[in-house]
Ligand binder design. Sequence first.
Ligand SMILES: [Zn+2]
Length: 252
Amino acid sequence: MRLFGCVCGQFHTTADAMGMKAGAARIAAPVPFYVIDHPDGVALFDCGLHADVGNADDPYRQALQSQGQDVTFGPEDIVARHLERLDIDPGRVRWIVLSHLHFDHAGGLHQVPNATLVVQKKEWEAGADRETAARYFLPRRYFDLGHQVLQVEGEHDLFGDASVVTIPSFGHTPGHQSLRVKNAQGDHILVGDACYTCEAAETRNFPDFADHAAMNRSLDGLLARREADTVMVFGHDPGQWGEKPVLPSMRH
Ligand SMILES: [Zn+2]
C-alpha cells in the first residue's frame, strides 16, 4: 500500500486566515488531497477543487475574490490529471473519504464518478440541512452528485486491516473527520481542516464560522494520538508542500 500527497492549486489569503503568526501578510496555501493505493482498492482522502473554479468567470471564484481571497490552479493540478500521473484511472477509485463538504475538499468529486463517498453521518446531515449548510458554507452543487454514500459514525476502518482509519474531528464543520494511514512509509495523521497549519496548532486561531470549543477538543484528541514516529499532515500548511513535500506525489 502506498500513500501519495497531491496539491490541487493554491489559496491566496492572509496568514491570519490560516491561523498563522504573520497576521495580515499575504500567503499562498496549498489545497492538498491524498491517494491511497491499497491492494483492495484505491481510496482518496478529499479531492481538491472543482475543475471550473480556476476559471476567471467562475461564480464561486468571484465570490472568493469579493472577500479578498483567491484560488489559482492549472489544468495539470486537477484530481483526474494527478491520478493519471499515478497510472490510476479515476473511474476505478473505490472510495473517497471526505474530511468535510467544503468546496476545496469535495470540489473534485465530479471527476471521480464511480467512487463511494465515506462521510461522517453528522456531516452529510449538515450538508442536507439548508440552514446548517449555509452557516458552514457547504455548497451542495459540488457534493450532491449521485455518488453512493457510506455514512459512518465515529471511527471507521476502511479496509478492515487497521491501515486506514477515519477519526472524527468535529468543529471546523459539524461532522469533520481526519484520517490515520499506517503503512511501511510510516504513520501519518491526515488532519484535514481540523487544523489548517502547524502554527495554528499553537495559536489555536481558528476560522470564525467554526465551533472553536469543538475544534480545540478535536485537535487535542488528534495530538494525543501521536506516537514517536507520527507525522501530522495539516490541512493547508505552506511549509509542508514546498521544496520538500511531506509526502511523495508521483510514482515515476
Ligand atoms: Zn480546506
